[in-house]
Ligand binder design. Structure first.
Ligand SMILES: NC(=O)c1ccc[n+]([C@@H]2O[C@H](COP(=O)([O-])OP(=O)(O)OC[C@H]3O[C@@H](n4cnc5c(N)ncnc54)[C@H](O)[C@@H]3O)[C@@H](O)[C@H]2O)c1
Length: 361
């Protein structure tokens, strides 16, 4: 296969972890006989320095015509002035919008040897392997909102709004994902109180008719936050609207201990040349200015994001699994970056962790 991948290293450790992922991409290309053409563009703080904007036009154009996009992280203290006319994060929001990325996928899996790194008790964590799917372009964050003064009182409002079509689209994606896993889907809503969530539940039930092999569980969002702590291993795929998904994804990411390990995929409505959804793939962490430039960042979140890219945007399941297995094996070998090394155990740098993963590919 030939694929065009746009690479956006961004700022801080973004550059370091993307370099690691590109070494893995090259190894996969060699092993499986694919031609991956990568081209780097600016986004975030480095783009502000060079062009005065967080998302230069040439970056936007390149992303729109790519098969997929791999991103490191953006931001840092240099661009943190609250009065600055332009901020690095604007680049991220703008590219998500331009690419129409409506679904955010965050797999959370806990390597058994890393159980001590999580804040939960080990017996609660055995078998945790879940995928949270968040709707990204609708709901409360995109409905009508505003602030005003009336009768001497200040008011504010936001509106949670979904069309059945938007719900159907994300539900289908979630059922498809569940079908490829343990065939269980938990749909998170607040149907006991909100009209919009009654539409959510009804629409999800309609989509479920096409997936008789997938077991559907409707869970109220308040109960879901509780169950994520009391029985996290019972979940397979969870799907939620924008706001509930925002909260659930962050809660779920804590199960794994270090955010340095976790990948994400944002999938769009546009199909690429391979007939797959164009997507943007990035680790869940930020640019980590406190360790940037020292070569010690954990590259696993970005390397696993690359695996998601191969799976979802290029349909290369075998190759994606090869990367995930290599990461598992490096961790089983006891290799740890500083964020994973507990009790003063010896840690390796970014390059050494990458090399430990590459030997298993
Ligand atoms: N998607 C993104 O690009 C994104 C996401 C979150 C934050 N940010 C930006 O990043 C900057 C720093 O934000 P923050 O400090 O709140 O969050 P952060 O995720 O950058 O860092 C939080 C802590 O986790 C550690 N950490 C993060 N990733 C790591 C890794 N791969 N290996 C080892 N340790 C790691 C950091 O050293 C830090 O102590 C800010 O400018 C923020 O706006 C960007």
């Amino acid at each position: 296969m030939q694929a065009n991948i746009v690479v956006l290293p961004g700022d801080g450790i973004g550059v370091e972890v993307v370099t690691a992922a590109l070494a893995v991409l090259e190894a996969i290309g060699r092993k499986f006989g694919h031609e991956f053409d990568t081209e780097e563009y600016l986004i975030g703080g480095c783009a502000i320095d060079a062009h005065g904007t967080a998302l230069p036009d040439e970056t936007r154009q390149a992303c729109l015509s790519a098969d997929a996009v791999l991103l490191g992280a953006v931001g840092g203290p240099k661009w943190d002035d609250p009065n600055a006319p332009v901020r690095p994060e604007q680049g991220l929001l703008a590219i998500r919008k331009a690419m129409g990325l409506y679904a955010n996928l965050r797999p959370v899996k806990l390597h058994p040897d890393l159980i001590d790194a999580s804040p939960l008790r080990p017996e609660r964590l055995a078998g945790v392997d879940l995928l949270v799917i968040r709707e990204l372009t609708g709901g409360l964050y995109f409905g009508e909102g505003g602030r005003w003064v009336e009768n001497g009182e200040e008011w504010g409002k936001n509106t949670m709004i979904y069309s059945a079509g938007e719900i159907r689209r994300i539900a289908k994606l979630a059922f498809d994902a569940a079908r490829g896993r343990r065939k269980k889907l938990a749909s998170i809503d607040k149907a006991n109180v909100l009209d919009v969530m009654r539409l959510w539940r009804k629409t999800v039930a309609e989509v479920a008719e096409d997936y008789p092999d997938v077991e559907l569980e409707n869970v109220l969002v308040d109960a879901a936050t509780m169950h994520l702590l009391s029985r996290p291993a019972s979940f397979d795929v969870m799907v939620a609207g924008n706001m509930f998904g925002d909260i659930i994804t962050d809660e779920a990411s804590m199960l794994s201990g270090s955010m340095g390990n976790l990948p994400s995929a944002s999938l769009g409505q546009h199909l690429n040349r391979h007939g797959k959804p164009q997507g943007l793939y990035e680790p869940i962490h930020g640019s980590a200015p406190d360790i940037a430039g020292r070569g010690i960042a954990n590259p696993i979140g970005t390397i696993l994001s690359l695996a998601l890219l191969l799976r979802h945007s290029l349909g290369l399941e075998l190759e994606a699994t090869a990367i995930e297995n290599a990461v598992d094996q490096a961790l089983s070998d006891g290799v740890r970056t500083a964020d994973l090394a507990s009790d003063g155990k010896k840690s390796v740098n970014t390059q050494q962790m990458t090399a430990a993963i590459l030997v298993h590919i």
